[in-house]
Design a protein around this ligand. Structure first.
Ligand SMILES: [Zn+2]
Ligand SMILES: [Zn+2]
Length: 70
């Protein structure tokens, strides 16, 4: 089984040497890493704009809630 050509991505290839997520980005932006350059949420599959600590607003709030609950 082939895996995605993007560094640190180990998902199976969906097309053009890219996994489904990166292939979608490539199809949409012409560059599979475009969203990283623009800074988006680090949660996989989430492409919301980056807010703080690598997360979008939604995931940042969620993370803080989880941390507070510990
Ligand atoms: Zn990938
Ligand atoms: Zn997010």
């Amino acid at each position: 089984m082939k895996i995605c050509m993007i560094e640190d991505c180990e998902k199976p290839v969906a097309g053009r040497g890219l996994c489904h997520m990166h292939y979608k980005r490539w199809a949409r932006h012409g560059d599979p890493l475009t969203t990283k350059v623009r800074k988006v949420c680090q949660v996989e599959g989430c492409e919301s704009p980056h807010l703080c600590k690598g997360y979008c607003e939604k995931h940042y709030r969620k993370m803080r809630k989880e941390l507070a609950a510990q």
